[in-house]
Design a protein around this ligand. Structure first.
Ligand code: C2E
Ligand code: MG
Ligand code: MG
Ligand code: MG
Length: 279
């Protein structure tokens, strides 16, 4: 009986998964229309400098407001776009909007560095490298105001090529960041060979830091070693004041998370900066 119950649950679950896969796959075919209609848009999440207590940067996170399905989060469509080659178009779409936004803030007097997530295989794609270079050459944004975030686990699949690609962007003066640190296999002593300026400790370690001694140890030792190797450290997933305070005591450089600010449309991000400046 137990086995049958278990079987029934599994069947339901797999049917549900099949259904959800189905609609996710069909999303790829809607990409062009969604970009044209601006159903795809960019949310900005603040990064707080823990020493100066100022908001100094924003991460650009793509959102899809689908006319039938409502808000769709990137984990539901980025993997499909990576598989079928459309990730380049999506990334340039986000990059264009993020660069324009950062330049707009700059003109308003706020130097906010904007971080764009880039899938590792794009790092060595000629079309991508050239597109980024063109965008910097025409002076639309100073490279110090741009960060490229690369997921740790993905960049390690082909380390030689990832390194080659990262060097190109570092040479352009762009800040490079290793995202989701701790979820892959790489050690910081390996990462020190990469031309990255910062590592972002994955939120899975930060969310549970209050009650998990092992996560605390992991975060503390990562911060110390990263500093010895010359990296800045960003903690993501800071959901409350207690976590923020622990990170500050551990010497973490930057923090990102709901306690500081959720990812929001650009017009709401401006309010965050204004409050910050007033405080
Ligand atoms: P990520 O780059 O690690 O981004 C951080 C994720 O954590 C975001 O999810 C953000 O909304 C979420 N987050 C931020 N603060 C908190 C917090 O305090 N608590 C919790 N529980 N979550 C928090 P999101 O926006 O769903 O993005 C998921 C992933 O999708 C991103 O992970 C990134 O890898 C990818 N992604 C987002 N936008 C793009 C894009 O334009 N291009 C590419 N290639 N990937 C993207
Ligand atoms: Mg990121
Ligand atoms: Mg991350
Ligand atoms: Mg992530």
């Amino acid at each position: 009986d137990q086995a049958r119950e278990h079987g029934a649950v599994w069947e339901d679950h797999s049917r549900e998964m099949e259904g959800s896969l189905d609609w996710k796959l069909s999303l790829v075919g809607e990409l062009d229309a969604a970009m044209a209609a601006e159903d795809l848009w960019v949310a900005y999440q603040p990064k707080l400098n823990l020493r100066t207590k100022r908001i100094v940067a924003a991460e650009a996170l793509v959102r899809w407001t689908h006319p039938q399905r409502g808000d769709i989060y990137p984990d539901s469509f980025i993997p499909q776009l990576e598989k079928n080659g459309r990730i380049l178009d999506l990334t340039l779409y986000v990059l264009d909007r993020a660069m324009k936004q950062a330049q707009h803030w700059r003109e308003q007097g706020a130097a906010i560095n904007v971080a764009v997530n880039v899938s590792a295989p794009l790092l060595t794609k000629r079309g991508f490298v050239d597109a980024v270079r063109e965008r910097l050459d025409d002076g639309r944004l100073s490279p110090e105001l741009l960060t490229i975030e690369i997921t740790e686990s993905a960049s390690m699949e082909d380390p030689e090529r990832a390194l080659e690609g990262m060097r190109r962007f570092a040479d352009m003066g762009i800040r490079l960041s290793i995202d989701d640190y701790g979820t892959g296999q790489s050690t910081l002593s390996y990462l020190k060979h990469l031309p990255a300026r910062e590592i972002k400790i994955d939120k899975s370690f930060v969310l549970t830091i209050e009650d998990s001694a092992s996560d605390q140890a992991m975060v503390r030792s990562s911060i110390d070693l990263a500093h010895e190797l010359g990296f800045d450290v960003v903690a993501e997933g800071v959901e409350n004041a207690a976590i923020l305070e622990m990170l500050r005591k551990m010497g973490c450089d930057y923090a990102q998370g709901w306690h500081i600010g959720r990812p929001v449309p650009a017009r709401d991000f401006v309010k965050l900066i204004a409050q910050d400046a007033a405080a």
